[in-house]
Design a binder for this molecule. Structure first.
Ligand SMILES: Cc1ncc(COP(=O)(O)O)c(C=O)c1O
Length: 378
C-alpha cells in the first residue's frame, strides 16, 4: 500500500512509472459477466439479499466447485458469499480464533493473514520455507510447529507472493496431519485456476475433508473482477453459521448486482480463463528469462498465480541498499519501477513483481530493474 501511494504521488508529479506492484489482472471483466450486472440493474435487482448471498449464487458456486474439483457442498448451509475472498478469510479467522490460539502460516505469506490473526488475538506461528526447494511447505515442516494450541493451518497454493504450487501429495499429507487433530485447514484458493504445469485441484475434494477444511474462494483474479468484491467460503455448516453472524452485523450481503454478475461467472462460459492463463504463462516465461540475465539475481520459477519473487540480495553487498524495503524505495525513486518489498511477505531478500501487466510494461520495467541492480551491485 505504501509503495502504491508513493508511486501514485510520483505519477501525479509527472513521473513515468512502471507498476509491478498491483496484484490484479490487467484484463477487463469478460463481457458476459458485465452484461449480467447490467441486466440485474435493469431488473431493479438492487435491494438487500440474504446476508450470505442469494441461494442462486451459493448454489452456482457449489456447482462450479464441484465441476472443477469434484467437491460436494450444499449451497444453503455450507457456502456463503463474502465481500471478496479477503472477507471470507477475515470472517473465518475472527469466528474461529480465540486469544492465544495458534495459527500456522508458511513463509512467505500473503500479508493479510498475519494482521487478521493478530486482530483476533491469535498467535501467528511462522513456518520458514526454503528458496532452494521452491518455498514449498511440507507436512514434515508443519508437524514440527503443531502444538496443543494450534487451531488453524493456512495454505495458499498457488502462493502469493512466491507463485509456488503445492503438489497434491504434499497437500494431502498436510491434510492427513491436521485431520488427526482438532485443527482446521484454511485453503486460500484465490489463484486456483492459474496453475501452469499441473491440473488444479482442491484439497476439499479429499473424502472426509469437508469436516475440518475451509475453502476461501475469490472471483477477483479468475474472472478479472477485483472491483466487484465477490468471494466465498465453503465450510462445515456450524462454521458458516458463525461467519454469517459476523457478516450480518458488519457488511450484510455483498452487492446485489455483483452477485448476479457472479452467477454468470460461475455458470456462464469459462472461455476467458484459459486465455488469461496462456497469457500469464507467456509473461511468466519472459519475466523469468529476463531476471535470469541479471547477474547475482536468483529466481524460483513460479508454478502458478502471476507473481515472480526474485532474490535481489546481491544488491545489499555493496552497502548502497540496506534491505528489501530500501531496495523498493530506491528502485521507485531512482528508476520509477514499483514493486513490493519481500519484507511485507516475511522474507527480506526478495521483491515481488506482479506480471499481470502488458508485455510492453514488463520489457520497460525489467530493463530499468536490470540497470538499477547493475548500478547498486558495487
Ligand atoms: C492470496 C490471496 N488471497 C486472497 C486475496 C483476496 O482477494 P479478493 O479479496 O479480491 O477476493 C488475495 C488478493 O490479492 C490474495 O492474493
Amino acid at each position: 500500500m505504501k509503495v502504491a501511494a508513493d508511486a501514485e504521488r510520483l505519477r501525479r508529479e509527472g513521473a513515468d512509472i512502471v507498476d509491478f506492484g498491483a496484484g490484479e489482472p490487467d484484463f477487463p471483466t469478460p463481457d458476459n459477466i458485465k452484461l449480467a450486472a447490467v441486466k440485474a440493474l435493469d431488473a431493479n435487482f438492487t435491494k438487500y439479499t440474504n446476508t450470505g448471498g442469494t441461494l442462486e449464487l451459493r448454489e452456482a458456486i457449489c456447482e462450479r466447485h464441484k465441476t472443477d474439483f469434484g467437491t460436494n457442498y450444499a449451497g444453503a448451509t455450507e457456502c456463503m458469499v463474502t465481500v471478496g475472498g479477503k472477507h471470507a478469510i477475515f470472517n473465518l479467522i475472527q469466528a474461529l480464533i480465540n486469544p492465544g490460539d495458534e495459527v500456522i502460516i508458511p513463509v512467505p505469506y500473503w500479508v493479510t493473514y498475519k494482521d487478521v490473526v493478530n486482530y483476533a488475538g491469535g498467535v501467528c506461528v511462522f513456518v520458514e520455507t526454503d528458496e532452494s526447494t521452491g518455498f514449498e511447505v511440507s507436512a514434515r515442516l508443519i508437524e514440527r510447529h503443531l502444538t496443543p494450541k494450534t487451531k488453524l493451518v493456512i495454505i495458499n497454493s498457488p502462493c502469493n507472493p512466491s507463485g509456488g504450487v503445492l503438489s497434491k501429495e504434499e497437500f494431502g499429507a498436510i491434510y492427513d496431519l491436521i485431520s488427526k487433530r482438532d485443527v482446521f485447514l484454511l485453503t486460500d484458493e484465490c489463484y486456483c485456476q492459474f496453475v501452469y504445469d499441473a491440473a488444479p485441484f482442491s484439497i476439499a475434494a479429499v473424502p472426509g475433508a469437508k469436516d475440518n477444511v475451509v475453502v476461501a474462494g475469490s472471483l477477483s483474479k479468475t474472472y478479472a473482477m477485483t472491483g466487484w468484491r465477490i468471494g466465498f467460503a465453503l465450510a462445515p455448516a456450524p462454521v458458516i453459521g458463525a461467519m454469517m453472524k459476523l457478516q450480518s452485523h458488519c457488511t450484510s450481503n455483498p452487492t446485489s448486482i455483483a452477485q448476479k454478475a457472479a452467477v454468470e461467472a460461475m455458470r456462464g462460459t469459462q472461455d476467458s480463463v484459459p486465455v488469461m492463463l496462456a497469457e500469464y504463462r507467456r509473461r511468466r516465461d519472459f519475466v523469468i528469462g529476463r531476471l535470469r540475465q541479471i547477474l547475482g539475481v536468483s529466481i524460483v520459477t513460479p508454478k502458478g498465480a502471476f507473481y515472480a519473487y526474485p532474490n535481489i540480495s546481491v544488491a545489499f553487498k555493496s552497502g548502497k541498499v540496506k534491505n528489501s524495503l530500501d531496495f523498493s524505495n530506491q528502485l521507485l525513486t531512482a528508476s520509477h519501477v514499483a514493486v513490493v518489498p519481500g519484507e511485507a511477505f516475511g522474507t527480506n531478500d526478495h521483491i515481488r513483481i506482479s506480471y499481470a501487466t502488458s508485455m510492453r510494461e514488463l520489457e520497460r520495467g525489467l530493463d530499468r530493474l536490470h540497470k538499477f541492480i547493475d548500478g547498486v551491485r558495487g
